[in-house]
Design a protein around this ligand. Structure first.
Ligand SMILES: [Cu+2]
Length: 186
């Protein structure tokens, strides 16, 4: 049994009667309407200004045989993905081409330079795969028909585990490979 509250110490709570609740409801409804209008205006403005997620792909590079980041997942012949691995371009930059397929990565061991920026292009030959390099924040998606590109610099030499982190089928747990960070011969 609780003692009756003394009326003198705190102001009486506002009565949550039917009219008060309707007032709150109207306020919240007004906020929801304002948010909906803002969302509509934002979507309309981005549509009219042509803002859209970048689908151009290729990480600002041009890849032979790849158009707007798209390619034929069944035929890599005309693209550098035909021979996956690291490239040392004429301008001194490094690019790597990687194919994910059930249930392996190509090349089996990707060699990358230490202390030099390298742009890695990843695609899939079949279904959706993940491209996650353990111990780093590199986490890309390998999408069939599309190239995921990113540029990174590996600071320390060593071998890192590369895993598929998108469930891709019965052999998914075996889809592990490695990235060998090493000094490159000039
Ligand atoms: Cu997988």
């Amino acid at each position: 049994m609780s003692a009756p509250r003394s009326a003198g110490h705190r102001p009486a709570a506002p009565r949550l009667d039917h009219h008060t609740l309707e007032k709150y409801e109207n306020v919240w409804f007004g906020i929801a309407v304002i948010m909906s209008v803002l969302l509509f205006v934002t979507v309309l403005a981005s549509f009219l200004s042509g803002t859209a997620p970048s689908l151009s792909g290729e990480g600002g590079h041009h890849i032979t045989g790849v158009k707007n980041g798209r390619l034929d997942p069944g035929n890599f012949a005309a693209t550098p993905f035909a021979t996956p691995g690291l490239r040392h371009n004429a301008d001194g930059s490094y690019e790597a081409f990687v194919i994910a397929r059930a249930f392996q990565f190509e090349p089996a061991v990707l060699k990358v330079p230490v202390g030099q920026p390298v742009t890695i292009h990843v695609t899939s030959a079949d279904v959706l795969h993940g491209y996650f390099i353990e111990g780093t924040n590199i986490n890309a998606t390998a999408i069939p028909g599309q190239v995921s590109s990113f540029t990174t610099t590996f600071r320390r030499p060593g071998t890192l585990n590369l895993v598929c982190n998108e469930y891709c089928g019965t052999g998914h747990h075996n889809m592990v490979s490695s990235v060998k960070v090493d000094v490159q011969e000039p």
